[in-house]
Design a protein around this ligand. Structure first.
Ligand code: ATP
Length: 263
């Protein structure tokens, strides 16, 4: 791979004295969809938030487009071409769709607002039909569309997506994954996707990583991980609902393990 768009090296993160990330390495190349899968509490959301500087990485480095962003304040990271759609969507429930999208565009060039609005409406026509409806009254799927649309208003090169399928009916989740694939295919958008729905995530992703108890234990192409017996047993055959404390399918650093690459 040429220089990755996002490069995370040896990153640790803590909540107080509790370690949540234990030296994580991941890369996202330009134009790639990369999935991070793992059980509840493995540290997936923490990694996503650490890339944005909160919690801050205590050790290691994070580079975006060749810039070291490890110590940059979150508001400065947000000015780069990285956007985030966080877990639980975090839309503004009392604001209308239009106002939510205005908030997303706050850091973008105002002259482009109309064009950016048209662009996200072309991707999510349903949002245009509900322009003046309050965010909190939308269905879960519509809220997820709004969260992604809001992130796209800054014209990111890299989109960080945390659990976009969470709480959605399977058909709605499938539509969301299709939109992500189209954005990648048609616009070359790079995507770092955190998901408990390992099947959809790995089908969609060019490459994937498995996070167990704050450490990466496996890496490979999406197709390789999908057929890996370890991944299947832990995340695809009823294992995904297990918590981090019970799902220890791969050796972790605490037990002397290292990242294994699927051949
Ligand atoms: P889920 O899929 O359930 O969201 P996750 O893989 O995203 O799980 P994280 O939310 O990153 O996991 O949590 C990793 C660990 O850090 C867990 O043990 C969790 O309890 C802990 N943790 C997360 N947020 C905080 C916080 N604000 N304060 C203290 N501990 C936290």
């Amino acid at each position: 791979m040429s220089t990755p768009l996002l490069s995370v090296r040896g990153v640790t993160a803590y909540y107080g004295n509790i370690i949540a990330l234990k030296g994580v390495d991941i890369d996202v190349g330009e134009g790639e969809i990369v999935a991070l899968i793992g059980a509840n509490g493995a540290g997936k959301s923490t990694l996503m938030m650490t890339i944005f500087g909160n919690p801050r990485a205590r050790d290691g480095t994070i580079q975006f487009d060749g810039i070291d962003i490890t110590r940059l304040p979150t508001h400065e990271i947000a000015r780069l071409a990285i956007a985030q759609s966080p877990e639980g969507r975090r839309i503004f429930p009392r604001m209308t769709i239009f106002e939510n999208l205005q908030m997303g565009a706050a850091l973008a060039d105002h002259a482009r607002f109309r064009d950016d609005l048209d662009r996200v409406f072309a991707i999510f026509p349903r949002l245009k039909d509900r322009l003046h409806q309050r965010g909190g009254t939308l269905s879960g799927g519509e809220q997820q569309m709004l969260a992604i649309a809001r992130a796209l208003m800054t014209r990111p090169r890299l989109l960080l997506l945390d659990e976009p399928s969470l709480g959605l009916a399977p058909l709605v989740a499938k539509q969301i994954f299709e939109v992500i694939a189209e954005l990648n295919r048609n616009e070359g958008l790079s995507v770092f996707l955190v998901e408990q729905n390992a099947y959809h995530a790995l089908r969609l992703a060019h490459r994937g990583y498995v996070l167990v108890n704050g450490a990466i234990t496996m890496a490979g192409t999406g197709a390789e991980l999908l057929v890996s017996p370890k991944v299947r047993a832990a995340y695809l055959e009823g294992g995904a609902r297990r918590t981090a404390s019970t799902a220890t399918p791969f050796p972790s650093p605490q037990t002397g393990g290292e990242t294994s690459t699927v051949q």
